[in-house]
Design a protein around this ligand. Structure first.
Ligand code: SF4
Length: 427
């Protein structure tokens, strides 16, 4: 590890600062908070704050009795969203999402679980007050070592306004905000570098809340190369903590094998993923029934040669024609069935690719929707499969309902592929 990331600690009666603390070297699911990467930790009597290698705040938690739970924390992502990770009382969160902690998002999404932690005063206060905590340490601690005062001074330049402007710069590099990340990005806690290799999608389904009006269009090699170069500047020193990319936008698979393979190779080289502190290297993208069926086997063979595990998420939505028609998704049940079989075939044969699928759930869908779903994920498969997750996506936004998880649990038990809830999360 380069000397610039050597760990250095300082502590007094009131504060402890650990510069370049080494966290976990891989993303690991634990029932207690385990943070990966290298970060600086500032701990006071009341708070713990984490900063990335650019000295920008990335996590915060309270230590007092008024903090909702000692294992829960706030995370700030590169889109400058604060996300509250709750245990959800631990009951059912892991079974439903595949994760021990439930991300509570500061915007309306389709999650069935979760409360409103942002209305909790200590949580909201911490989002606003962390700069005051740093200023108080800087101004009131005599004899601070120079490396600590330098860190605090620099961290204070990254104000909320500065971080918000940086997020805007990120969005403009990528041609807009990533309004939805693939559910598989949970494998790296959604810490992905977004690269837009194409815009729009093929279907413009009526039900979809995340689509835009753009017709599908691939980006040129020149545009992608320029994006990667700008992204390298914006992630800067913190690139060392990244090992994953999201290839946007809504149907990156349709962009074609050559651009995908070239982009992954260039990103690996330019982002120095071979030197990442966090092991493993992953790529996430969306595909459609059409792009999946048009993608030749040679593409998946080529992916085997890259240093990435690649996750491709396909929106199937339903295997029932009445439901597809109601959703305004212009595909047929035969296309969905064929795509599902192709997904199984690819997952069986290519160890470095996992293709996952989304289906919708909602009480108001035709009665034929769930039987058709079970026909696919249970009856059509001779045995339980470890790979090829299916994500169930509630249609309604902003309506968490724990009672509905009962129906989900029944489907999960019957399904022969790993089955989870899809919580739509943006970057
Ligand atoms: S569900 Fe997918 S294909 Fe359909 S409109 Fe939304 S982004 Fe486009």
């Amino acid at each position: 590890m380069p000397l610039m990331n050597a760990t250095a600690s300082y502590s007094s009666d009131d504060v402890r600062v650990t510069i370049n603390k080494h966290g976990a070297r891989q993303y690991t699911r634990m029932s207690y908070p385990l943070h990966s990467g290298i970060f600086t930790e500032v701990e006071t009597k009341n708070h713990i704050l984490h900063f990335n290698l650019n000295n920008e705040i990335i996590r915060a938690k309270g230590k007092g009795k008024d903090w909702p739970h000692p294992h829960e924390w706030l995370k700030r992502n590169m889109g400058n969203d604060w996300i509250y990770y709750s245990t959800g009382g631990y009951t059912g969160v892991f079974e439903a999402t595949g994760e021990y902690y439930l991300p509570n998002l500061p915007y309306k999404t389709n999650g069935m679980l979760g409360g409103n932690p942002f209305s909790n005063e200590p949580v909201d206060n911490l989002i606003q007050s962390w700069p005051e905590t740093l200023s108080a340490i800087l101004n009131n601690t005599p004899d601070l070592p120079i490396h600590v005062s330098d860190f605090l001074t620099n961290a204070l330049t990254h104000t909320s306004q500065d971080l918000s402007q940086k997020a805007d710069r990120l969005f403009s590099i990528c041609g807009g905000r990533s309004t939805v990340l693939p559910p598989d990005a949970r494998h790296v806690d959604y810490n992905v570098i977004p690269i837009t290799i194409s815009t729009g999608c093929l279907y413009k389904c009526r039900f979809c809340e995340v689509k835009n009006k753009l017709p599908f269009a691939a980006k040129s090699n020149k545009e992608i190369t320029s994006q990667i170069s700008s992204l390298k500047n914006i992630y800067d020193k913190d690139l060392l903590n990244y090992n994953a990319v999201f290839l946007g936008e809504h149907d990156a698979l349709q962009t074609g094998p050559q651009i995908i393979v070239d982009t992954l190779s260039l990103a690996y080289e330019q982002f120095h993923f071979n030197q990442s502190f966090v092991s493993g290297c992953k790529a996430f993208l969306f595909g459609s029934v059409t792009s999946l069926m048009n993608t030749p086997d040679t593409f998946f063979k080529d992916l085997q040669q890259l240093p990435f595990e690649v996750y491709i998420n396909i929106g199937l939505e339903s295997a029932d024609q009445a439901t597809l028609d109601l959703l305004g998704k212009p595909i047929t049940t035969q296309m969905v069935t064929d795509a599902f079989m192709r997904i199984q075939d690819i997952n069986d044969r290519f160890s470095k690719t996992e293709i996952t699928a989304n289906f919708v759930i909602d009480d108001d869908l035709p009665a034929t929707h769930l039987p058709a779903f079970l026909e696919l994920v249970r009856e059509s498969l001779p045995r339980v499969k470890p790979k090829g997750c299916v994500y169930l996506s509630p249609l309604k936004f902003g309506q968490p309902s724990r009672s509905k998880t009962f129906g989900f649990n029944r489907l999960k038990v019957l399904s022969r592929v790993p089955t989870f809830l899809y919580i739509i999360q943006r970057l």
